[in-house]
Design a protein around this ligand. Structure first.
Ligand SMILES: [Zn+2]
Ligand SMILES: [Zn+2]
Length: 104
């Protein structure tokens, strides 16, 4: 659903990035929107696609979760090897239990 970003109440919008197919007489046949991007025909302000917004937020959240689960590189105090801490919280090299360095 499209809404005017100025909330002017306009209900007609124009797709900015669209391709229009025409026949040999130049008559409109079909169209496709190549990129999301709309303007309000009432006041000319950019329009927002409400259906797009939650999807983008979700994608951002998933990216943040992926970044948070990245394992930390720490120095094992027992074998003094730089190891990637895995979910088991132990050194993959010597098997010693490791502590996650706490961020302030
Ligand atoms: Zn408007
Ligand atoms: Zn170790």
């Amino acid at each position: 659903m499209l809404v005017c970003s100025r909330k002017c109440g306009g209900t007609l919008f124009r797709a900015v990035f669209a391709e229009v197919d025409v026949d040999s007489a130049g008559e409109y046949q079909d169209h496709r929107v190549t990129q999301p991007g709309y303007i309000c025909l009432n006041c000319g302000a950019p329009a927002l696609d409400l259906a797009q917004v939650p999807g983008e937020l979700e994608a951002e959240e998933q990216a943040e979760e992926a970044a948070a689960s990245v394992t930390a590189d720490i120095l094992c105090p027992v074998c003094e090897t730089m190891v990637q801490l895995d979910a088991n919280m132990e050194c993959p090299n010597c098997g010693s239990p490791l502590e996650v360095p706490r961020l302030p």
